[in-house]
Design a protein around this ligand. Structure first.
Ligand SMILES: [Zn+2]
Length: 320
């Protein structure tokens, strides 16, 4: 849609306009305003902040003073976007973008520390499982989320770095880019938001969902509703123990976080081609052969055949 020219616009007035950059940024990326993640300094890890994501916080993020992460589900467990993640360069997602385009699904490339993210925006809230199944055929072997079939005990969905801020670990900004790698705009924040506001086309998931093969739901885990887990000791343990440190005590991982699944006996042919991956950014693991995953706590519990409360007791006794 054509926007009227704005002349003599003062940067400080921006926050007062109905279509100010923050409003546009929210409408694209923010799914819930009651909690967000905050990235620790010099780290890739986030901790959860259980207070409103105010304009002030967003502004600080866009200025690079803090770095926040956004939860991928809204409070009713649905999503307005799906993101595909490549931590092995841009190649795989540029290919996926071209394939999605052929299917009539526009998507938008954002560069990242190790590769990039490919965003698809839905024109209505959609189940994360359905959305992922729409996207996945174009994304062989890439991680797509939110993923409704990965257990998510508190209903927030995985955290993704909020676009256009500064990564606390690398100290860099990662713009939206063209497939050539060129940023879509010269402006680092405002220009990027303007470009997105003018160019993003949202996709109606319904016709794509209608074409999906019907799968049995037995193997899928429900997306749990939000629970009051304010004091959850498990979550606290997860936030304090980087997943790679936890899992590397049991599984040898390469630089990209890939290793042999410790549950190879569950696979058809063992785990000859390593199918177990640890994602440091999301602090999750995933086995591509078994199509299951979790956080570091889930891993330990399953590895040692313990229930969550048994594992918690052992952790408190200093066993792990
Ligand atoms: Zn496995």
């Amino acid at each position: 849609m054509e926007r009227p020219p704005r002349q003599g616009r003062d940067e400080q007035d921006a926050g007062k306009e109905p279509d100010c950059p923050l409003t546009r940024y929210r409408s694209l990326f923010v799914q819930r305003g009651d909690a967000y993640g905050r990235q620790r300094n010099w780290s890739r890890l986030y901790y959860r902040v259980r207070s409103p994501l105010t304009d002030e916080v967003l502004t600080k993020h866009l200025r690079g003073e803090v770095t926040i992460g956004l939860y991928s589900l809204d409070p009713s467990g649905t999503t307005r976007w799906t993101v595909m993640d490549s931590d092995r360069g841009l190649g795989p997602i540029v290919g996926a973008q071209a394939d999605l385009a052929k299917r009539g699904i526009p998507s938008y490339l954002e560069s990242s520390r190790a590769g990039g993210h490919l965003w698809t925006f839905w024109d209505k809230p959609v189940s994360p499982t359905i959305a992922r199944r729409i996207i996945e055929p174009s994304a062989p072997n890439l991680e797509c989320f939110p993923a409704g079939d990965i257990p998510d005990l508190d209903g927030y969905g995985l955290l993704i770095r909020a676009p256009l801020g500064i990564h606390r670990f690398s100290g860099r900004r990662y713009p939206f880019i063209h497939p050539s790698g060129e940023p879509v705009s010269t402006g680092k924040v405002r220009g990027q938001i303007d470009w997105l506001a003018q160019n993003v086309r949202r996709v109606d998931p319904a016709p794509h969902a209608a074409q999906l093969p019907i799968l049995p739901t037995a193997g899928e885990h429900p997306v749990y509703g939000p629970k009051n887990t304010e004091q959850s000791p498990i979550r606290q343990w997860v936030e304090e123990h980087p997943i790679r440190d936890v899992i590397e005590r049991y599984v040898r991982l390469n630089k990209a976080g890939v290793g042999r699944c410790p549950w190879g006996e569950n696979h058809k042919h063992g785990d000859k081609h390593p199918s177990f991956t640890v994602y440091e950014r999301t602090q999750r693991w995933w086995c591509f052969a078994e199509r299951r995953g979790g956080n570091g706590f889930d891993f330990l519990a399953q590895y040692h055949h313990l229930t969550p409360s048994e594992l918690l007791r052992k952790i408190r006794n200093g066993s792990y």
